[in-house]
Write a protein that binds this ligand. Structure first.
Ligand code: SF4
Ligand code: SF4
Length: 305
């Protein structure tokens, strides 16, 4: 069965995606899953060609059909989420009707159930799209969430499941997941059941703080976790502090990646840094990849649990 490696960060903008793109270049027989669905940008480096596109529905939404509404107000009374307001368009009988605020609606369906006139449509809402694509490094599953949509945990699970199926079908060894940032529902959906988590952090005080929160999360789920400090030489003191604090929290140190302007130059050319050059940050990332592989191989070794 394919191993699952998830790369996450406490917040966005730590260079996580450029590390994932480099790992994709270095790995053999890999399927990529971009689970950073709120800010998917792995495709910017890997230029995927979409071969399958599907709509995603994270749940249903209510909508008042104004022409059938008698403005009895029952729906507003029963909605626990304060999502129904008396400011909808008028109809032949009355000046105003009730209206559902689609952002506030939690999709519970109670209003539709209680409406005496059957005037509430309750149908699956399209919240985004997901794709299977070909890239120069192998198949990739990715997604796009609609504006102000909040079902990203469900979409992340879908992206992962699709990537797992492709790995099985094509007998690939690794599912490489660009995880969601933060510690909320999407990141939990990114990491549950994974074999290894790599946390990419920066040498800043907020990086130090975020690392503690992420460590608590991965420990809770019992997933082996390694840490990498990206742009470590921008603040060597905090970089050392991060490593010192990581070990007692049960986190392994996978490596350090130096600050290198070439990372941005590579991105502009739609290349991973390891495709773009041999030295500098590329050299560090190759060493990092060797450590990550070692940790995964150790898991597969007989008697290693
Ligand atoms: S319960 Fe139905 S008829 Fe009554 S206000 Fe709401 S939508 Fe209109
Ligand atoms: S579906 Fe639930 S949350 Fe949405 S408007 Fe109806 S009662 Fe409120």
């Amino acid at each position: 069965m394919a191993k699952e490696l998830v790369v996450i960060s406490g917040k966005g903008g730590t260079g996580k995606t450029s590390i994932v793109a480099s790992f994709a270049t270095l790995a053999e027989k890999v399927v990529l899953a971009d689970c950073d669905v709120d800010a998917a940008d792995l495709h910017l480096i890997l230029s995927p060609t979409v071969v399958k596109r599907e709509e995603f529905s994270g749940g249903s939404r209510a909508r008042v059909m104004a022409d059938q509404c008698t403005a009895c107000g029952t729906c507003q009374e029963v909605c626990r989420f304060d999502a129904i307001h008396f400011d909808g368009p008028g109809n032949a009988e009355r000046e105003k009707t009730f209206r559902v605020d689609p952002i506030a609606c939690e999709g519970c369906g109670v209003c539709a159930w209680f409406c005496p006139e059957n005037a509430i449509e309750f149908a699956p809402a399209i919240n985004g799209e997901w794709f299977i694509s070909d890239t120069r490094r192998g198949p990739m599953v990715h997604a796009k969430l609609g504006v102000a949509e909040e079902n990203s945990g469900k979409l992340v699970s879908l992206v992962r499941t699709q990537a797992e199926s492709i790995a099985k079908e094509q007998q690939l060894d690794l599912v490489l997941i660009d995880g969601s940032p933060g510690i909320g529902c999407p990141v939990i959906a990114s990491i549950t059941g994974a074999d290894l988590v790599l946390v990419v952090t920066e040498p800043t005080l907020s990086g130090l703080h975020d690392l503690g929160r992420v460590a608590d999360l991965t420990r809770h789920f019992g997933i082996q976790t390694l840490v990498c400090i990206n742009k470590w030489d921008l603040n060597k003191e905090i970089a050392s502090q991060i490593e010192t604090q990581a070990r007692p929290r049960g986190l392994g140190i996978a490596g350090r990646v130096r600050y290198d302007r070439a990372v941005t130059e590579a991105q502009i050319r739609k290349l991973s840094i390891v495709e773009y050059q041999r030295n500098g940050a590329a050299e560090d990332i190759k060493q990092l990849w060797a450590q990550v592989r070692k940790a995964m191989n150790h898991q597969s070794a007989p008697g290693s649990g």
